[in-house]
Ligand binder design. Structure first.
Ligand code: BTN
Length: 269
């Protein structure tokens, strides 16, 4: 397909698939933007309401975790961000990206996928390959913590998707997992439906409310792992899941190690 391909989401088609969740989202569809996360962070600062969603065909400066670039193409990817407000301060949002992972896997399962798993803190995996990623960024308002939840999913496997970094996992795509993948409006709507459900559960009970669901989909649950800090193997242990704040727990010879997002990488043993 040529680089000018447009498979833009038409917001008018979504309510038919969103059901009761239709009133909770205002979807803006753009042919191109720098990054849906960057754009929504700017809009959040300008007072955009919870439920604002930006979906795009093409990002010119898509961002992954740890400052990496996120590559995507219209025909091969679904690329969007959701702005959502949660009552309370930003400290209430620990574990949100894990809760989002649960919603994404649930939506894919609703669409017929099986075997999609999660890698702490923000990777969506199929086998050992990366099917998608989640980037959560925060913006504080008085009494409300606003989160921008960015999701990039690989639908097909062209040459350049995912993170082009050396540290990156190989890429997987939905076409490998579901024999007849849903039409992209159906898939996108199902993702929004499951996100709204997960946000409600998270608002009521924090990540603890979704922790069992995350453990059930955690690719490395009870598996031996190496803990890397600054690229160096620091410890070996067994993955014991996540705590109620979303920190990863690794059982080592020295006891339980609690890893916070960003300070460690994990590798299977
Ligand atoms: C990761 O590194 O795994 C996170 C990738 C997140 C990519 C998505 S695509 C939509 C949103 N906009 C961005 O610039 N990044 C996120």
């Amino acid at each position: 397909m040529s680089d000018s391909t447009s498979l833009l989401i038409d917001p008018a088609r979504l309510p038919a698939y969103l059901g009761e969740a239709a009133g909770r989202f205002n979807v803006i569809s753009l042919a191109e933007c720098e990054s849906t996360n960057t754009l929504l962070m700017d809009r959040a600062a300008d007072g955009a309401p919870s439920g604002t969603v930006v979906v795009t065909d093409r990002q010119t400066a898509g961002r992954g975790s740890r400052g990496r670039h996120w590559m995507a193409s219209p025909e091969a990817s679904l690329t969007f961000s959701v702005l959502w407000g949660f009552p309370g301060g930003l400290e209430r949002l620990s574990g949100l990206s894990l809760a989002v992972g649960v919603a994404v896997v649930q939506a894919l399962e609703d669409c017929g996928a099986s075997g999609v798993m999660l890698k702490w803190p923000n990777d969506i995996l199929f086998g050992h390959a990366k099917l998608g990623g989640i980037l959560v960024e925060l913006h504080a308002e008085p009494d409300t913590a606003m989160a921008v939840i960015g999701i990039g999913l690989n639908l097909r496997l062209p040459e350049t998707i995912g993170e082009p970094s050396v540290a990156a996992l190989p890429a997987a795509a939905l076409q490998q997992i579901i024999a007849a993948p849903p039409e992209r409006h159906v898939l996108f709507a199902q993702l929004l439906v499951e996100l709204a459900r997960a946000f409600d559960r998270f608002a009521a009970g924090g990540f603890a409310a979704l922790r069992n669901d995350w453990h059930a989909r955690h690719a490395w649950q009870d598996r031996p792992v190496r803990l890397l800090r600054e690229g160096r193997v620091e410890k070996e242990g067994v993955c014991a899941g996540a705590d109620a704040d979303g920190a990863l727990l690794v059982r080592t010879a020295d006891g339980i190690e609690r890893c916070l997002s960003g300070d460690v990488s994990l590798r299977p043993l």
